[in-house]
Ligand binder design. Structure first.
Ligand SMILES: [Mg+2]
Length: 312
C-alpha cells in the first residue's frame, strides 16, 4: 500500500491518524452507490404519464392524491399505489386498478430497470476494498423490498456484507405481499449472500442510534470506521454526531436539479423536512463534511490506505 502515499497528501491531517487501520466502510445506498433519484424520476414520470393517458384524470389532482398515499405509507416507492389513489380506484369502477393501468405500470417498471445502475467505479472500488479486508455495511432509509431489488439488479449481492434498511412498508389489508411481489411487475425476493438486518420503523437519519448499532454489531470503534453518503442533512450530520469519519459523496447530490421538484411535490417527507433540505441545498457551510468525493467513489480508497483504482 506504499504507493498510496501520494494520494494521502490531499487528505486533511486531522483524518490521517488510524487511516490504515480503518477496516469498516459504512455506506448509504441511494445516490451514493447508484442514482436513485434519476431512476425514480424516470420511472415515476412514465407511470404518471401512463395513468393520465389511460384515465384522462387531471395531473395535478393525481399528484395531490399520490402524495397523500406516499405520506400515509411513509415511502415514495409503494407497490400498491394505484390501488389506493382514490381517483384511480374510481376510474377503475370495480375492476382491479392493476389491470386497468397495466400499461402504465409496465412502463414504470421498464424505466426503473433501465435507469437503475451503479455510478462509475462503484463495483471496482467496493471489490478493491473487500480484497484489502475492509468490511462493507450499507445503511439506507429506503424500504427492504426495493433496496434488495436494487442490490440484486446492480450485482452487489455479496459485495455488501450487511445491509441495514427500514422494515418493509405496509401493504393494504387483503393484498398478498408475496403474490404482489412475485407477480407481474417485480419478480424475485431476498438476497443470497448479503446479510439483511432491519432498523426500527421510524428511526431516521441523522439519528445516530443505528450507526452505533452497526459499530457495535461489527465490533468496530468509531475511529476504525468511515461513513459515506450523499446527504449533508442526513448522512454527514449523522456520522459527525457519532464520531465516525464523514465522507460526502458530492457526486451524488441532486437537490439542485430542476427535476428534483417532482420529488418535492410527491414525497412522503414532512413539509418541514423538505423545507430544511431545500434551505441546506441553497446554503454553504451549514454542514461541512470532513472529506468530499467530487468525481466518484474511487476517491475514497486513500482513506483506507489503498491506491486509487487505475493509479498503479
Ligand atoms: Mg442517499
Amino acid at each position: 500500500m506504499g504507493d498510496a502515499a501520494g494520494h494521502l497528501m490531499s487528505v486533511p491531517p486531522s483524518t490521517v491518524n488510524n487511516m490504515d487501520a480503518r477496516r469498516l466502510l459504512i455506506t448509504d445506498l441511494d445516490n451514493t452507490l447508484w442514482d436513485w433519484f434519476e431512476a425514480w424520476y424516470q420511472s415515476f414520470t412514465a407511470l404518471v404519464d401512463g395513468l393520465v393517458a389511460i384515465s384522462g384524470i387531471d395531473r395535478s389532482l393525481l399528484e395531490e392524491q399520490i402524495k397523500a398515499v406516499h405520506q400515509g405509507r411513509g415511502t415514495t416507492e409503494y407497490s400498491n399505489l394505484v390501488r389506493e389513489v382514490p381517483a384511480l380506484v374510481e376510474f377503475a369502477s370495480g375492476r382491479d386498478p392493476f389491470d386497468v393501468f397495466d400499461a402504465a405500470l409496465h412502463a414504470q417498471n421498464s424505466r426503473r430497470k433501465a435507469a437503475t445502475s451503479l455510478y462509475p467505479g462503484v463495483d471496482e472500488t467496493l471489490r478493491a476494498l473487500k480484497r484489502a479486508g475492509v468490511r462493507i455495511v450499507a445503511y439506507t432509509e429506503s424500504g427492504a423490498y426495493w433496496s434488495e431489488w436494487r442490490i440484486r439488479h446492480t450485482g452487489l449481492d455479496g459485495v455488501i456484507d450487511t445491509l441495514y434498511s427500514s422494515p418493509d412498508h405496509d401493504i393494504a389489508a387483503g393484498v398478498d405481499i408475496a403474490g404482489l411481489r412475485t407477480g407481474r411487475y417485480q419478480g424475485g425476493y431476498g438476497l443470497q449472500k448479503t446479510e439483511h438486518l432491519h432498523v426500527d420503523l421510524g428511526v431516521l437519519k441523522p439519528n445516530r442510534e443505528v450507526l452505533n448499532t452497526i459499530l457495535h454489531g461489527q465490533r468496530c470503534s468509531p475511529v476504525d470506521a468511515a461513513y459515506l453518503g450523499d446527504s449533508l442533512m442526513k448522512d454527514i450530520a449523522m456520522a459527525q454526531g457519532a464520531g465516525v469519519l464523514d465522507i460526502h459523496a458530492a457526486y451524488g447530490q441532486v437537490q439542485n436539479r430542476p427535476e428534483y421538484d417532482l420529488l418535492r411535490r410527491l414525497t412522503h417527507w414532512s413539509d418541514a423536512d423538505v423545507a430544511a433540505e431545500a434551505a441546506l441545498a441553497r446554503s454553504n457551510g451549514v454542514v461541512v463534511p470532513t472529506l468530499v468525493l467530487r468525481d466518484g467513489i474511487s476517491e475514497v480508497l486513500p482513506v483506507f490506505g489503498w491506491p486509487l483504482v487505475g493509479s498503479r
